[in-house]
Design a protein around this ligand. Structure first.
Ligand code: PLP
Length: 449
């Protein structure tokens, strides 16, 4: 792409004039003006190209501008741009079929939303109506979206300003051996104690008051903590025993991210409801949804489901989902994510960790990895304090700036950087990104001691 800094400056000025940005103090931000994107890269107007190791917000699983998905959207736009959710329409039915074919167990009915938070909202609504119970349990160290119920379920500081005592949400600790809430020494212990803690929480809250337990299959933004093998089957068993609906949030982990279509497959577990968004169509058009078990779907056979959205199952979104899923299947993109994770990213990150005093732990699978950065490998003290901002966050800011100078766009959250490239990433691209990361980590090392 030919650099055009004048155009870039105009784009930025127009943004600053009228665009109000998410999660930001409007006067303190300086958004990069983006000129274009392709595959694993995007670029600005100044001639800088970035390898996208963040997949934007971990959503471009198929990479930027995949020609088959772009063509499907163009074709659908020429046929039928929009139609209300009450009608039957070919692309919506086909998207639902392709998703239901891939979700685990009997999750065969699909309710479409515009994104992840709405999927979580509707899953909770379904669980409350199905059980007639008010409360919902979710984990600390989680993210479920920014609408009312979803932000209350969230277990990170973004919940605090929107917290509502009437939301009926109770938080508990899920397993995370590296920073064990249970002072466990091994995975088996962590798993057993985490399940006991969940049972205790349920007992003290009153099982008859709990509609659902909502968990990310592998927590994403909160740190990519792959649970011990027995944990999710254990939660499934607890839910069955108390008649609690088990909701797995696969908004980030789903559609190839972990090297499987859904992360639940790694643990051989079938939830009652599964939420998805992001990778379902890589965000080319906003789309999310809830995959619903036969039993919960049956609750609404004779009784109306009291929820809906003007754009539920939007044709452009569904056409892009159909093209995305078919292309991922035809091109072996999920298999690529698994192989690159196992053969390139995993080993590469573990090697990097050995060289850098700031890398405390490497964890992940597929194209879903986290580096837990620390001040000291022995004490595991995080490189920056929890929820740090301003000068306290300087070590992470230095690291992120070093990545960008090297042509890599990183995903950074608190004291972690996540390695979340597209599922289509090639070995060459992955190695290019790891090399930049390796160099940029020197900026984090400078704050260890
Ligand atoms: N659930 C999980 C696990 C997520 O990672 C996210 C977004 O990052 C959401 C829900 C919310 O999705 P959205 O931003 O599309 O509303």
């Amino acid at each position: 792409p030919t650099p055009d800094p004048v155009a870039g400056a105009a784009v930025k000025a127009a943004d600053r004039a009228h665009v109000f940005h998410s999660w930001s103090a409007q006067g303190l931000i300086d958004p990069l003006a983006v000129a274009g994107a392709d595959g694993a890269y995007f670029w600005d107007y100044d001639g800088n190209r970035y390898l996208d190791f963040s997949c934007q917000l971990v959503n471009t699983n198929i990479g930027h501008q995949h020609p088959k998905v772009v063509a499907a959207i163009q074709e659908q736009a020429g046929k039928l741009c929009t139609i209300a959710p009450g009608f039957a329409v070919d692309v919506r039915s086909e998207a639902a079929r392709l998703i239901a074919e891939r979700t685990p167990g009997d999750l065969d009915k699909i309710f479409f939303t515009n994104g992840g938070a709405e999927a979580v909202e509707n899953a909770v609504r379904m669980a409350r109506l199905h059980t007639g119970r008010p409360k919902v349990l979710s984990a600390y160290r989680s993210y479920h979206g920014a609408t009312s119920t979803a932000i209350n379920l969230t277990g990170d500081p973004r919940r605090w300003p929107s917290d509502s005592a009437s939301a009926g949400v109770v938080h508990f600790w899920a397993p995370f051996l590296y920073r064990s809430p249970f002072h466990a020494e091994n995975e088996a212990q962590e798993c057993e104690r985490a399940l006991r803690h969940l049972e205790d929480t349920i007992a003290f809250e009153g099982p008859q008051t709990i509609a659902a337990i909502v968990l990310e299959t592998i927590p994403g933004t909160a740190g990519i903590m792959v649970p011990p093998p027995g944990y999710l089957p254990g939660v499934r068993e607890i839910c069955d025993r108390y008649g609690i609906v088990f909701v797995l949030d696969e908004v980030m982990a789903g559609f190839g991210r972990t090297g499987r279509w859904f992360a639940a497959e790694h643990f051989d577990v079938v939830p009652d409801l599964l939420t998805f968004a992001k990778g379902v169509n890589s965000g080319y058009v906003p789309l999310g949804g809830v995959a619903i078990s036969a039993e919960i779907a049956a609750t609404f056979d004779q009784r109306p489901y009291p929820g809906g959205l003007t754009y539920s199952g939007h044709p452009l979104a569904c056409a892009s989902a159909v093209a995305t899923i078919n292309t991922m299947a035809e091109e072996g993109i999920v298999e690529n994510a698994a192989a690159i994770g196992e053969n390139v990213i995993g080993p590469g990150l573990r090697e990097i960790a050995e060289r850098h005093p700031s890398v405390g732990e490497v964890r992940g699978t597929g194209v879903f990895w986290a580096l837990d950065l620390v001040k000291n490998k022995e004490t595991r003290e995080p490189l920056v304090p929890y929820n740090a901002s301003g000068p306290a966050n300087q070590p992470m800011a230095d690291f992120a700036a070093a990545c960008k100078r090297g042509g890599l766009w990183p995903f950074v959250n608190m004291n972690r950087t996540h390695v979340v490239p597209p599922c289509t990433v090639t070995e060459t691209e992955a190695k290019e990104g790891l090399a930049v990361l390796d160099e940029a980590l020197s900026a984090a090392d400078a704050h260890t001691g």
